[in-house]
Design a protein around this ligand. Sequence first.
Ligand code: F6P
Length: 538
Amino acid sequence: MSGIAKTPAWQALSALAEHSRTVHLRQLFGADPRRFEDFSLEHDGLLLDFSKQRVSADIMAALFRLWASAEVPGWITRMRAGEPINESEGRAVLHIALRDKQPRAEVKAVLEKMRRFCSDIHGGQWRGGTNEPIRDVVNIGIGGSDLGPKMATQALAAHHQPNPRVHFVSNLDAAHLATTLARLDPRVTLFIVASKTFTTQETMTNARSARDWIVAALGESAVARHFVAVSTNLPEVAKFGIDPENAFEFWDWVGGRFSLWSAIGLPLALAIGYANFEQFLAGGHAMDEHFFNAPPAQNLPAISALLGIWNTNFLGAETLAVLPYSQSLEQFPRYLQQLEMESNGKQVGRDGMPAGVSTSPVVWGEPGTNGQHAFYQLIHQGGRLIPCDFIALKQADFALPGHHAALLANCFAQSEALMRGKTLDEACRELDATGMSADAAARLAPFKVFPGNQPSSTLLLSRLDPYTLGQLIALYEHKTFVQGIVWGLNSFDQWGVELGKQLAVRLLPMLDGRQKAAGVDSSTQGLIAACQVAQKAS
Ligand code: F6P
């Protein structure tokens, strides 16, 4: 049994979970007319309603004891002090320093460089090889060098500058780059090659093809005016042929999936303007201050993390559905997949021993209302426990008459339906009221039963703007941090992505015919052979 599972708080939660299995959310609401007041929290324009989670005051109290048993406050202090809490990589974890009100000198210098660059692009002073201003920017990156800026750029569409248009290319599949370039004019296109390591296969392959595209159209001399880079590895940037003047640095104490606040946010700053980017940083910083200072019972990231632990470790949930009722937040679940699953999708604890408890759930989701017409059927009647995070905006970011109230009505109706469900009795009475015969109603009613008792939280943002998006992202970052601490994990390494990369390097020469397929299993050999036959035939 792992250390945390032996603590009195964990044991108390296990006992409470036994009892909780016999209690329906309907009963909890029936017994407490003030349940919303008791199980919701408002801070700086954000409202978290967790009254539809399967918790009681006793369960929350035990969860707060778990926070103390895991020594979360001590870990926060160690992170803030810059201790190398990413032990397996020997690194500090200081993305919070990127959004400090008084940033350290090196951060300040890069922010100033970003500000000047944005001003040059927006003002038309930055010219391409044919002396034309830039109209399109393509960010080439993957993982943390793509998901964060892409999600945030889409989320803040209502705040975009008139130009440039910002595009994102990540996939090694040439279809991604080729279809993007097909719509662009090299004379007015600038590429940001974004890679922490500057060695990532996908990014370097796409960057080389983009370079070929520029050189074919404008000549070698145009490269300096059409490429900038964001990286911690400036020697590799120089080797690629990008002028060091056009390189934006960040540092190894910024994890890839936490790097949106660094110069990895350059495409976002170009899309929304530098002043808005500063507001984004301010929102993140405000959430840091809240997380560091509020007691756990008043602390949005702490409560979100502890509810996730309750659902995962005590109720047995294996997934978390993230359901933004905001088309602008379409990419948010994908972004969270990396944040939560790359951080906490691990079974080896900090001490190298088995974690001994369940860790990150599978995070997935789609914006409502689209998801309602795809997978909600299973959440309602599929018989699985699927906790849901609903996210909605009090005010629409794009206002057309008749849309927003209907959107919110759907959001709140879903969480209500998931909580209440519908009994057989209710289904029968409803059918009776339509005038249906008793026989027909009895046959149909079982299909109309909803078990309910499906836990959910609803996070309401006052609106979606750079500041509130900063708050939202930092909230989930700290939630992920707290969960990693309680589960005994190092949330800041990602060894699990290495094996596939290693094997791909080994297989490439077998696929492109440089080497005979040997030393691989029969399945891999068969797949390689099938592709080689197809390639020869084409
Ligand atoms: O997926 C593994 C990973 O190392 C991520 O952690 C990172 O965000 C991504 O690859 C991209 O890495 P880089 O920014 O170094 O190209």
